[in-house]
Design a protein around this ligand. Sequence first.
Ligand SMILES: [Zn+2]
Ligand SMILES: [Zn+2]
Length: 424
Amino acid sequence: MAGTVKAAILRGRKTVETVVEEGRKKAEKVVEGGLNTVDTVVEVSFNTVETVMVEGRKKVESAVSLGRKTVEHALLHDRSTMQAAVLHGREDIRIESVPVPEAGPGELVLSVGAALTCGTDLKVYRRGYHARMIVPPALFGHELAGTVVEVGEGAVGFAPGDRVVALNSAPCGQCYFCAHGQENLCDDLLFNNGAYAEFIRIPARIVATNTLHVPEHVPLEHAALTEPLACAVHGFEDSNPHPGDTVAVIGGGPLGLMILHVAALYGCEVIAIVKHDGQVEAARQLGAAHVVQTSSIRKAIRDTRALTEKNRGVDIAIEAVGAPEAWQEAVELVRKGGTVNFFGGCALGTHVTLDTNRIHYSDITLRATFHHTPAICRTALDLITGGRFQAGAFITGHAHLYELNRVFEKLMNRSSEIKTAIVP
Ligand SMILES: [Zn+2]
Ligand SMILES: [Zn+2]
């Protein structure tokens, strides 16, 4: 009896164990199946969520972009005034509300991205006028790049949203000088001012000949360097350079530094002659092989010549100060058969005395380069976009339009700033 019961218990246990085991297996299968299903469901939902998110983001972005365009358009067209710097006379710049410009036939209106301070503007600020460029009261500033916001009827090649650099002038294309490839000397050079403002109107002639597209990777403030750089490239090219030439550049202002940088990139051995401490480091950074720091002309001549073989003198001397003493100094720096470029413009009525014997018997070529041509402006922008030109080194400060007066006061006190980008 006991044996039967025991056997029955044993059988029963085995049955129970089998049942439990099978049950566990079934349960595991169900759990596994369930997990797989859950995984699939999660995966599918994730994909769905991601798709929805991507699409949603696209929709939002497109709405934002559309909204921004609408707002910009509204801002431009519903606003009758903008903030702009107006030059009233000597050291008298006022930030005023003036009418937002409108694009006439062939014209563009740009939203100014950056306007750069310039030695010419400083001269104008000091004197209160510029015979050829600006008569007060007038909008002020001429080195800029920006975004097209309005395209006048018949202005081809431009659309709202285009990033462009608009030069400060354009030649007529019809006069004797334009016909001879000397557009910088055009009898009817048209100048444009008004860069220190929220918006600027670009006249049809500048749109047609001297407004250039800025590649996406180039900051607008770098592109705004096209105008001064075009002057620098023009002055350098006019000096008949060859790679390996020794070039002395007198003056460590923005243009002196640009010329020396261009000369160094071209493969010349550059001697920079500067006065101020801040200019020494800048000259070195931009490629000067030697820096002569002095305000003594005699020392400048002696030290520069000492850097050439047998004190022969440099192949090319470029004056970028705009002072009669510096013009004389340039003539004393070059070797026999060398070239001098009087690049810096002196004040009206300035006269210089030069050693005619030296000029004649040493067979010295005298050049004086003014301004730029449309072809050279394109070369300058190519240099900026090409990457070797250190555009960033020339912009040493940023300021808001409202700070313009302070910026000019600082420039008057010979700060070490090269150029300040004014952002409206
Ligand atoms: Zn300038
Ligand atoms: Zn002309």
